[in-house]
Design a protein around this ligand. Sequence first.
Ligand code: ADP
Length: 342
Amino acid sequence: MKNLSRDTTSPILTEEDKTFDLTLRPKTWQDYIGQEKIKKNIQIIIEAAKKRGESCCEHLLFYGNSGLGKTTLSYLVAKELGANIRQIAGPAIEKVGDLAAILTNLNEGDVLFIDELHRLNRLIEEFTYPALEDFKLNLVLGKGPMARTMEMKLPRFTLIGATTRLALLSAPLRNRFGATFQLDFYKQEDIEKIIQRSSHLLKLEIEPGAIELLAKCSRFTPRVANRLLKRARDFAQVEGQGIITANFARKALEFLEIDGLGLEIGDRKILEAIIKKFEGGPAGLQAISVSAGEEEDAVLDIYEPYLMQLGFIERTPRGRVATRSAYQHLGISFKNNQRLLS
Ligand code: ADP
């Protein structure tokens, strides 16, 4: 059976998502809600670069879960710099030639946004080093003894890298960024503001109780909040007069099998695997993924960060352990694994 709740957390964007994201994507700093420290720091970096009369700023690295606003932030940086932005995903750069084509097509001052930077091929990565440091590209022409290197001058540009897995980036690549920012889960009040803003943009009438409920179940992630709003809207339009009441919000959440803390089926399967199959843990990532029937990447990128944020899972040197709160949430009596958490 299709896991419907997974559609709300998935980092994969459907065509509908893309249109939705574009409609709702904040276009000004004022509209970009929360993450105040990051916004302030970026604005200072840009302001300083402008004062120095530079056409671009330091390369910036954004990391954090999918849907927290990394792409949106990158577009805001480009706008603030008055620059064009070119977006590409790390795995789409398959050959050195692809990289060369992208870089040589940039104009002075452009922003290059590489999403999923941790999936950039390691061989290609090495070619980015001189491009990032000195705005030049060293291309090897020919093979064997006849091979020679050609140096190409590039326009000055700002690279913005985004990743969900900072640890997978090599140290040399990481070191080439002037500043690194971690995007955190949002506060309840910020998500409420985001839902309010999205409702306004979509011309939806929504009751405060519905906003509060959807925000609470949004995994404190803007994209998830917007997807939940969309589902609640469907219920309100089909079963009611179009006004999103708390009741319709609750119906949408029930339909998606999302519980009061925003946990979906995948989260519960993971917790149950640790608790029931591994007696609360510690259990390794691979074992948990197999038992829960989820891909390791999904466990690492989607489920675990939120379960850790809720304090339901702890990582120990020997593996993942379910905490007392996780047992309580699932209504399972707590087993004797406290010693592993101390
Ligand atoms: P990421 O690149 O981290 O996966 P995005 O930048 O694509 O996330 O954000 C997903 C969607 O969430 C955006 O289209 C936007 O509608 C919404 N969003 C993200 N961050 C914010 C924010 N700070 N304020 C308002 N909406 C946001």
